[in-house]
Design a protein around this ligand. Structure first.
Ligand code: ADP
Ligand code: MG
Length: 262
């Protein structure tokens, strides 16, 4: 894909002011950052600081006609607007809640984006097989979403988000409803998928430990109005499980904690 020195995602001077519930509620202020191709970047910040607002703007999920908000600044995804990126399937999104369709089995949940694209049936079958294998749930294709655990449902959401092979995977606190052991397992699966696919991942979290475990860089946001307080590099090799008790890991977590509370 093109010139790999050029960032795949650019956010410049982004500001959001909501006017509907409370007039002039500033959600985000002068947000500027870049994400390079194949990078794993997290956005961390306290709850209510505007992380989901930022996520929705990147994913083009805020209908600017539908809400009363002032949006300033600029977002470029692969050199285009978020709307163009969404329509051309450059972005896959995963939310905190799995949002699977209960009346469809697991296979047809993963197949849905491909059906919408009118991919032919044999290709869909092959692609769904690959995706279910990638998330380690190949034997659950005929189950209903509610028959799977929360963690498994999130794996299916990831598979569905990757169905049309987007360049960027955007995730908004995807594992925050899971217990710590499950979360760690999901973190490891996600890193494996990242390595395997080479996707660019932008991951929203409010967990310091999760951000340090996963990311190459962490964008630290302040309390509302969310501003970029710091952008920290995490210079640690993967897999990181063997460093969990190391001084370096401890120091990096402290650095993030410090940046958050500055
Ligand atoms: P986070 O995801 O970091 O917890 P959000 O992006 O969900 O934060 O929200 C940031 C702030 O913007 C909060 O104060 C929230 O109440 C407010 N907000 C979010 N969406 C809207 C909206 N549509 N109208 C008015 N205020 C909103
Ligand atoms: Mg949120």
């Amino acid at each position: 894909m093109g010139d790999s020195n050029e960032p795949i995602l650019k956010v410049k001077d982004l500001g959001v002011v909501f006017n509907d519930i409370k007039l002039g509620l500033i959600a985000l202020e002068s947000i500027t950052f870049d994400v390079k191709e194949s990078e794993f970047v997290s956005i961390i910040g306290p709850s209510g600081c505007g992380k989901s607002t930022l996520f929705k703007l990147l994913a083009d999920l805020i209908d600017s006609d539908g809400i009363n908000a002032g949006i300033s600044g600029n977002i470029e995804v692969l050199g285009h607007s978020p709307e163009y990126a969404r329509k051309n399937r450059k972005l896959g999104v995963v939310f905190q809640k799995p949002t699977l369709l209960e009346w469809r089995d697991i296979r047809s949940n993963v197949a849905l984006p491909l059906e919408i694209m009118r991919v032919n049936r044999s290709e869909i079958k092959q692609r769904v097989d690959e995706l279910l294998a990638m998330v380690g749930l190949e034997s659950y294709g005929s189950f209903r979403p509610s028959q799977l655990s929360g963690g498994m449902q999130q794996r299916i959401s990831i598979a569905r988000a990757l169905a049309y092979d987007p360049d960027i995977l955007l995730m908004d606190e995807p594992f925050s409803a899971l217990d710590e052991i499950k979360r760690r397992e999901m973190n490891d699966s996600l890193l494996r998928i990242w390595k395997q696919t080479g996707k660019t991942i932008l991951f929203v979290t409010h967990s310091i430990q999760e951000a340090v475990y996963l990311s190459e860089r962490i964008i630290v946001l302040s309390e509302r109005p969310g501003k970029v307080k710091d952008i920290l590099e995490i210079p640690m090799k993967y897999p990181r499980d063997k460093y969990l008790d190391s001084d370096q890991y401890f120091d990096l977590q402290n650095k993030v904690r410090h940046a958050l509370s500055k």
